[in-house]
Design a protein around this ligand. Structure first.
Ligand code: GLU
Length: 479
């Protein structure tokens, strides 16, 4: 039988890292077992669902490289099917109309609160006669459909991550509401637990992998599966992602949407690689830098931890820096050129851009670090105090003058790295100036300070963008 997994996001917000990690675990396992990864957009909360969030989720999945195998299904397109199944449950006696009003429910809650009891419906309309139903309807009372939950029942399943899970019927809050209020004999809009079961069955889902916050829903859903005579999938409940204080990662932790990670300059491959290790611990030691295809080969649901997974910026940053370092320089330069373009910085040539990227990539953690690192190659940097102090020394000024006259005399020569080294060597020898002084003076002229990227490689780049000579002249004017 074909193995089928799915992500069932509710488009009520931007694509969240928690949902993305659930998607990733589903995708990895589908790859591992040669199954399919599907999407169902659970957009039946009409007040909160927005099509821009659906687009954001789908774009985020694509960006992370998590391709789905079939056209995504929209839950809102399937409401009539959900209702048909509710009708079936009504007809079989597994569900019934409940006319309890909101005021009556609040009263019940108040009483329970006073007694220190958890909220739970008292199933008061479970056995209404036809006549009693008729009377409620004739009085204009609206009704929800409730699914009977036997208090004495124990629901058990073998969770692929957590082992055997047992849940008592009495702990499920009373008979379960399947649909919103409706008038007369109508059936209102179907609710989550019913819709999920009907849709997972329709999509032939064989493995449900979702967050641990759904464990109690699974207990309820298993009862609906049984009442509808549907084949049960296997269930796996993944651990939550926690912040540094050990609490559930939330919007309060600043960055939670996949967009934000992208905008901060994380590479999709790096973020996906990091997310895979958020809760997954492979049996045997593996490298921490792995492609998704590599991970899918060793990945198993049983290697996912039960305990929450702490989010670590440090680890994510390290992984990202490794990806930047190992990324093909031509490809990386294309990505970085977009940052430069946004700032109106124009590299003199493609080759120049690649060379600059090679020069700075080892010192980058995030893509946007490329802005600070490359800025002195596009904009004239101010001369800082340490630079000024150094330029005040006699040798420094003389050094710059020697280099300048050398360069102006040999105008036509293309300055390569080799040529740059040769110039330093020659001047040092002929004029008896220390190489270190020559290099430091040049560094101040180029970058305004005594630190910065490799001087010789920088010189080649600045010569190509025709600003090495002008930077030296500027310095000489300043002293
Ligand atoms: N729409 C639910 C959510 O976003 C899906 C839960 C499930 O996977 O069944 O939490």
């Amino acid at each position: 039988m074909e193995k089928r997994l799915r992500l069932a996001p509710s488009p009520t917000g931007l694509f969240h890292i928690g949902t993305a990690r659930t998607a990733l675990f589903n995708w990895l396992y589908a790859q591992k077992i040669g199954g399919k990864f599907l999407i169902r957009i659970e957009d039946t909360d009409f007040l909160r669902s927005k099509s821009e969030y659906t687009n954001n989720i789908l774009e985020g999945l694509q960006w992370l490289g998590l391709k789905w195998d079939e056209e995504p299904i929209k839950q809102s397109d399937r409401i009539s099917t959900h209702k048909k199944h509710i009708k079936k449950l009504l007809e079989s006696g597994a569900a019934y109309r409940c006319f309890t009003t909101d005021d009556e429910i609040s009263e019940l809650r108040e009483e329970q609160k006073k007694k220190g009891l958890p909220p739970r419906h008292d199933n008061r309309h479970r056995n209404l006669s036809k006549e009693e139903i008729e009377t409620f309807i004739s009085k204009g009372r609206t009704s929800v459909i409730r699914f009977k939950i036997d208090e004495k029942i124990q629901i058990k399943w073998l969770d692929q991550i957590r082992g055997e899970i047992k849940w008592q019927g009495k702990d499920l809050g009373g008979d379960l509401v399947l649909s919103r209020r409706a008038k007369g004999y109508e059936i209102g809009d179907p609710l989550y637990n019913l819709a999920v079961v009907v849709d997972d069955n329709f999509m032939n889902i064989t493995h449900v992998v979702r967050g641990e916050d759904h464990i109690s829903n699974t207990a309820k859903q298993i009862l609906i599966y049984e009442a509808l005579n549907f084949k049960l999938p296997t269930f796996s409940h993944t651990p939550l992602i926690l912040n540094s204080e050990g609490k559930k990662l939330s919007k309060r932790d600043c960055v939670t949407s996949i967009d934000e990670f992208r905008d901060m300059g994380y590479l999709p491959e790096a973020l996906a690689n990091y997310m895979a290790f958020l809760g997954w611990s492979p049996k045997s030691a593996v490298s921490e830098i792995l492609t998704l295809n590599e991970i899918s080969k060793t990945f198993d649901l049983s290697d996912i931890n039960k305990a929450g997974a702490k989010f670590s910026w440090e680890k994510l940053n390290w992984i990202n820096s490794q990806y930047i370092r190992n990324m093909d320089s031509v490809k990386l330069s294309e990505v970085i050129c977009r940052y430069w373009d946004n700032l109106g910085w124009n590299p003199p040539s493609k080759e120049w851009a690649i060379k600059l990227v090679i020069l700075i990539k080892d010192s980058m953690t995030l893509l946007k670090d490329s802005i600070d690192q490359s800025k002195p190659f596009f904009l004239l940097p101010p001369i800082q105090k340490e630079g000024k102090d150094f330029l005040e020394t006699k040798d420094s000024k003389a050094s710059l003058k020697l280099i300048l006259s050398y360069l102006t005399e040999q105008k036509t020569v293309k300055l390569t790295k080799e040529k740059a080294k040769e110039i330093i060597k020659e001047i040092s020898k002929i004029h008896n100036v220390k190489k270190g002084i020559l290099m430091k003076s040049l560094r101040v002229a180029f970058f305004g300070s005594l630190s910065g990227p490799d001087l010789i490689q920088s010189w080649e780049l600045l010569a190509e963008s025709k600003s090495d000579i002008s930077r030296i002249e500027r310095c000489l004017k300043l002293i």
